[in-house]
Every structure is written in structure tokens, then in C-alpha cells.
Design a protein around this ligand. Structure first.
Ligand SMILES: [Zn+2]
Length: 487
């Protein structure tokens, strides 16, 4: 055996999560120490970064055939260097990190035995040597055993994933999920608040792009990028995760063991809004700030939602059947908004009225109220489950629900009455009309909500169109009302 003058060192980032970088550095240091002891000179160090050991793709083997293998570019390069004489020996950390697939080992053996004498191969742990037939046999046996246990591991992991999915457990892996701490279970409150806000703004018709820019401007960062992209934002908003749902292979499989950031109803609205958006791509951006309870159908008491009718560029508010409405009531969008804007500005002009409900509000109390709501909703879900499992009767279920429903209503009213900072700004400015016009759909809706709360009204009920009148906007159809059970 000649002493190698250009040995190649092959180290591999292993699958275990802890200290991957340090692992490689240590492997290389140990290999260099061994080389010094053996008197070998090192030519090149190949670092293999294959953390997904069992992905296969077609590779060309040293014998020229194309075969399906675990694809490891570093290992292929190692074989090439030995094959074409660039390297005259090989140093590895151990057998396990060199070849897990028996066919990879066979390729290595082919190259090693193609020279007379054989190309020298050594390993730090001593587990990989190919100096004679006994070494080769031993290596084959060890790789066969390792390969089997690797397949078993893969099956076990797949089974474990499915089991965890069924139990709603956090799978881990990858980057931290926005809205949650690294454990995947604990809510990160500032991020959760950003998600709730983004969800609400999407429902109101604001573009994902505008929300991304706003988040960037406010210094709210995504987990692993400097700036928001619409894809990353929409990906989060579409995920079942933020509604406390466990997904597996892209499907919701059931409730998760972590808390929800938005409730399932909101999730439904967000998905519907995103779907509407993709159907209306290329059309003018939606405004729809009167959505979600501000306009009420006089026929079924459902809420009207923004909708593009048949006329291009014109939109209306409609008791949409796809959201459980009756479909009978619709009103011209610009007309309804104009009327409400006029009424809101009238109240805004009276600074005295506003100062009454502009004080004492804070984002912290909003967050606290939302947490309280989430807790009540959690209780309702637990009750429903208990009833579903026949642990309690229908009568017990209804009796237990009543006080929770009562508290929920109270919290929700409190939440609506909280004045967000954007609205305080309008109230405190000298020119409310100018400030109002600068508000986005989200801000306008919030402000309108606050004002309705102050005058103890829920929204505007929309009456059917008077067929004897001309087909233009009819302000007489809208009436400020109070409703006790929305929807
Ligand atoms: Zn209706």
C-alpha cells in the first residue's frame, strides 16, 4: 500500500438535530489527526449535507449504469476523485456516515478494488476498512444491518407522525411557526395579535400585499426572512394551525393540542375572502369595509358582505347565500358607504361625544379580552365534546352553555368598545374628516364599530328595494338598528 499524498476526507452532516455544524468540524478535525498519525497528506475535504438520508434519485454509477440511489452529491464526487486519480486514498469518520445504502458501498468497493494495490481507505472509528476480503465482507454486513435499521426508523417515524397527527400533537422540525414559541404550543402574543389583525384585514378586503408592507413598516418580522411576502402571509392565514387545527399531509385531521390564535369561524371567513380574491384577480381591489355586521339583512337578519356583481368595477353589499344568507337583499356599495361615511363624520365632528369613549383603551386590554373569549370558546367546545361523547345530556349541555354565552357576549361587546390607537388618532386630531379619509378599510370599520357601540346600535338594517323607485341608491332603505343576537 502506497502512502496517500492526496487523500480525500469525507465527512457527513448526520441526521441528529443537535450540533450539526460542530459535528462536521469535529469529524474533520479527527480525520486530520488520523491522517497525521498515518503520515497521509490530505488533498480535499468533502462535506456531505444530506440530512434526508432516504430520498432517492437517478445517479450514474462508476460502471456507467443509471440507477436509483440515495442522492449524495458529495459521495458521487468522492467516487469520481478516486476513479480519475485526483485522490489516492480516502479518510472517513466511520462506515455509517459513509455508506448507508449497500449499493453505495458496492460502488466504493468497485473503485477501491479497481486499483492494484487497492486504494487505501481508513476511518476514524475504524469501522470502515477495505484492505482485504475480510474487511469488505465485514463492511457489507454492517451496512446491510444499518440499512435495515434505517428503513425501520423511517417506517417508525412515518407511523409516529400519523399517530401524532391523530392526537393533534405538534410535529416539530423546521423553523419556528409564526405566532407560536419554539415549542409550537405556547402562543407568542405579539405575533398572534399580528395574525388576528391580518386575518381581520383580509376579511375586510385589504390586499395581502398592503398588509405585508404595513407589517414590515411596523417592524413585525416573519420567522425566517427580513421582509414579509404575500405567499408567506397567506400561507400562515390559510394554515389550520392558527385555528388550533392539526394538519397532516396538507389536510386538517382534527383539533390540535395547541391553542388557537383565531377561531374556526374567523378561519372560514379568511379562507372565503382569500378564495374570493383569487377569483377576482385582476379586478379593482376590494374595499368592503362595511362587511361583517355593519349592514344587516332586513329579511333574514344575516350580515351583508361585499360582492362584485355583474357590472364590471361596481360592487354591492349582498346577503350572500355562500355565507348562509338569504340572497334577497343587496345594496349598491358606493351608495351605502357614502351614507355611512356622512353619518360617521357627523359624529366625528362633535369632539365632545368622542372623548367619552376615547379613553382607557389599550391594546393590552384588547388582548386580554380576546384571551378571555378564547377561554370561553374553549369551554363551549369541551361541553360540546362531552355531549357528543354522551357524558352529559342535551338539557345539561344547554344549561351549562347559557352562562358562558352570556359572558361571551359581554366580552365581545367590551372588545368592540375598545378604541384602537388608529382611532384615537382620528379622535384627537383637529381634522377628523381628513383623518377618516386616510384610514384604510380596517380602520374605517373599527371606527364605525366604536361609534355604533357608543350610540348603542349594532349596524344598519337594509330594507328591500322599492320597485316603484328608479334603480339608483336609495338612502331610505338603510336604518340604524340594535340587534341582540347578531347573525
Ligand atoms: Zn338575508
Amino acid at each position: 500500500m502506497k502512502t496517500p499524498q492526496r487523500a480525500v476526507v469525507y465527512v457527513r452532516i448526520s441526521d441528529d438535530r443537535e450540533g450539526v455544524g460542530a459535528g462536521v468540524a469535529r469529524q474533520e478535525a479527527d480525520a486530520r489527526q488520523l491522517a497525521a498519525r498515518l503520515g497521509w497528506e490530505i488533498g480535499e475535504v468533502i462535506v456531505e449535507n444530506d440530512t434526508s438520508a432516504f430520498k432517492r434519485r437517478k445517479v450514474r454509477t462508476p460502471t456507467g449504469r443509471a440507477e436509483l440511489r440515495v442522492y449524495r452529491p458529495g459521495f458521487r464526487r468522492l467516487l469520481d476523485l478516486l476513479e480519475n486519480g485526483t485522490a489516492d486514498g480516502m479518510l472517513a469518520y466511520d462506515l455509517d456516515r459513509t455508506a448507508r445504502d449497500p449499493r453505495d458501498l458496492e460502488d466504493l468497493i468497485d473503485v477501491v478494488e479497481s486499483r492494484e494495490p487497492r486504494l487505501p481507505v481508513e476511518s476514524v472509528s475504524g469501522s470502515l476498512r477495505l484492505a482485504n476480503d475480510a474487511d469488505v465482507t465485514m463492511a457489507r454486513v454492517m451496512v446491510a444491518v444499518a440499512n435495515k435499521s434505517s428503513r425501520d426508523t423511517k417506517r417508525r417515524v412515518a407511523r409516529k407522525m400519523e399517530e401524532m397527527a391523530r392526537e393533534g400533537r405538534y410535529a416539530g422540525g423546521g423553523a419556528r411557526r409564526f405566532g407560536y414559541e419554539r415549542d409550537g404550543i405556547t402562543i407568542n402574543e405579539p405575533e398572534a395579535e399580528a395574525i388576528r389583525e391580518a386575518a381581520q384585514r383580509i376579511v375586510l378586503g385589504e390586499s395581502a400585499n398592503a398588509i405585508c408592507k404595513d407589517l414590515d413598516a411596523r417592524g413585525i418580522r416573519p420567522v425566517s426572512a427580513a421582509k414579509w411576502s404575500t405567499n408567506s402571509l397567506i400561507g400562515i392565514l390559510r394554515s389550520g394551525r392558527i385555528a388550533g387545527l392539526r394538519e397532516h399531509r396538507g389536510e386538517v385531521v382534527g383539533p390540535a393540542q395547541w391553542p388557537a390564535i383565531i377561531d374556526e369561524e374567523t378561519r372560514g371567513e379568511v379562507l372565503a375572502a382569500l378564495d374570493v380574491r383569487s377569483r377576482h384577480r385582476g379586478k379593482p381591489s376590494l374595499r368592503y369595509w362595511l362587511n361583517d355586521g355593519l349592514l344587516i339583512c332586513s329579511q333574514c337578519k344575516g350580515f351583508l358582505y361585499g360582492d362584485y356583481g355583474n357590472v364590471k368595477g361596481k360592487y354591492r353589499y349582498w346577503c350572500r347565500p355562500d355565507r348562509g344568507g338569504c340572497g334577497k337583499i343587496a345594496i349598491k356599495g358606493s351608495g351605502a358607504e357614502g351614507l355611512i361615511e356622512a353619518q360617521v363624520l357627523e359624529i366625528l365632528a362633535d369632539a365632545g361625544t368622542l372623548s367619552a369613549f376615547a379613553s382607557g383603551a389599550s391594546a393590552a386590554s384588547a388582548a386580554e379580552t380576546r384571551r378571555a373569549i378564547a377561554e370561553e370558546q374553549e369551554q363551549l367546545r369541551a361541553l360540546a365534546t362531552a355531549h357528543g361523547n354522551k357524558q352529559i345530556s342535551m338539557a345539561e349541555w344547554l344549561a351549562a352553555r347559557a352562562p358562558i354565552d352570556e359572558r361571551l357576549k359581554m366580552h365581545e361587546a367590551a372588545l368592540r368598545a375598545i378604541v384602537p390607537s388608529s382611532i384615537r388618532q382620528v379622535v384627537e386630531s383637529g381634522d377628523p374628516a381628513k383623518e377618516w379619509n386616510a384610514l384604510d378599510a380596517h380602520g374605517k370599520r373599527q371606527l364605525t364599530r366604536v361609534i355604533l357601540e357608543a350610540v348603542d346600535r349594532s349596524g344598519w338594517e337594509v330594507a328591500p328595494a322599492d320597485m316603484t323607485k328608479a334603480r339608483k341608491f336609495d338612502p331610505d332603505r338603510m336604518r340604524l338598528v340594535r340587534i341582540d343576537t347578531p347573525g
